[in-house]
Design a protein around this ligand. Structure first.
Ligand code: PMP
Length: 390
């Protein structure tokens, strides 16, 4: 297909043909034995991907934002203190959601291109008693990666629940939920999990479930209330029929298909593939003197890269030229600097070939806009870096 477009935005991503085929199957009843099996398997496979053998998995129709809403609605009561650790747009969204449930939130915002220091987090936890803290593992607006492990450790030290927004990281960045002591790890289906948009996926620790059980007030969101969903998840795991809200049958069949593909590759292998492809891609970007939002390589995400437009290059013109080459990338998202940068997603079943296509289209577009560079330079840097991983 000469005119095929390559979708390289940070979600939705390009999906595996088997996953798309699953969507087209004849829809069965949500209580048909074969579907009950698929649902139960999906919950079990999630534990493998999240590395949470003890966790309680939830699969609910909705988006990543619903998963955030579900964590806030179930764990937070009026007046509870919550510390929001923000590295961009989605940190602020978590604060908005928490505020809606009456939380007393404090946001620790990282300077642009940086992360919040552990010292700043510990200082805050020492000063005030927080019921929970939230972390955005990868903020999709900035391409910043935060290491959740030491933050989860601090949360345990100060007896605070830790909630990880893993929408742009689960199945693409390293996560070890149980070992690290994370209480909630949530995502949406359309990113590294590799399923078209429409599923909110969440894993809660037993501690989070205990905290929820001890609530003094009812959950203020009917649809998100675990009272409605926990019995359903348990029933599917016990391979029994149940109903609260009709599950999106085809999407869940697609989820099982994708989780099997992920587990067949091996979650550790998959994370490594994301790491070496992202590193090689960044080498390509740097080699043609483009600057990235993250100020240091160690805090650059492996699921997407955020890049500033070079001086004197019109961003809209550059993105339009790249689109003419049938490569779809995303513009900026963080309102303060929205027009100054663009983003490339590289997660899920991404391969070296996809990134070579992106760098090729980027180079041709830059050259057409009279940017000074040697043709092929980023491709060479990409290849050289990639060869080190073989
Ligand atoms: N958090 C992060 C880090 C995200 O990248 C996104 C989606 N881009 C969301 C939350 C919200 O997810 P959704 O768009 O599926 O509601």
């Amino acid at each position: 297909m000469k005119g095929r477009k390559l979708l390289m935005i940070p979600g939705p991503i390009e999906f595996e043909p088997d996953v798309l085929d699953a969507l087209g199957m004849a829809t069965t009843s949500h209580i048909a034995p074969d579907f009950i099996e698929v649902f139960g398997n999906s919950l079990e496979l999630m534990r493998e991907v999240w590395k949470s053998p003890e966790g309680q998995a939830f699969i609910v129709a909705g988006t990543g934002t619903l998963a955030m809403d579900m964590a806030a609605a179930n764990l937070i009561e009026q007046g509870d203190r919550v510390l929001v650790i923000s590295t961009g747009y989605f940190g602020k969204r978590f604060k908005d959601i928490l505020d809606r449930y009456g939380a007393n939130t404090k946001i620790l915002e990282a300077p642009l291109g940086e992360v919040v220091s552990l010292d700043a987090i510990e200082k805050e936890l020492k000063t005030e008693k927080y019921k929970a803290l939230t972390i955005t593992h990868v903020d999709t607006s900035t391409g910043i990666l935060l290491d959740p492990e030491p933050i989860a450790e601090l949360a345990q030290k100060y007896n605070t629940l830790s909630i990880l927004d893993g929408v742009c990281s689960v199945a693409g960045e390293e996560i070890n939920q149980d070992e690290w002591g994370l209480d909630v790890v949530l995502t949406g289906s359309q990113k590294a999990i590799g399923v078209p948009p429409g599923l909110a996926l969440l894993m809660a620790s037993q501690k989070a479930i205990e905290v929820w059980k001890k609530r003094k007030t009812p959950v203020l969101n009917y649809y998100a209330d675990w009272n409605n969903w926990l019995p359903i998840m348990r029933a599917y795991e016990e391979r029994k029929p149940s109903y609260f809200g009709t599950p999106p049958v085809n999407l869940i069949v697609a989820l099982e298909t994708s989780l099997k593909i992920i587990c067949k590759e091996g979650i550790d292998e998959r994370i490594k593939r994301h790491q070496f492809l992202a590193k090689a891609f960044r080498a390509g970007i740097s080699s043609i003197n483009l600057k990235m939002l993250p100020k240091r390589d160690e805090i650059a995400a492996n699921t997407l890269t955020a890049v500033y437009y070079p001086d004197k290059i019109d961003g809209n013109a550059l993105r339009a030229k790249i689109a003419d080459s049938n490569v779809i990338i995303a513009g900026g998202l963080l309102s303060e600097i929205k027009t100054t940068y663009f983003r490339i997603g590289h997660m899920g079943s991404v391969s070296p070939n996809d990134l070579i296509a992106v760098l090729g289209a980027l180079e041709r577009s830059l050259l057409k806009l009279e940017y000074t560079m040697e043709p092929g330079k980023s491709l060479q840097a990409f290849q050289n870096e990639l060869l080190k991983s073989f």
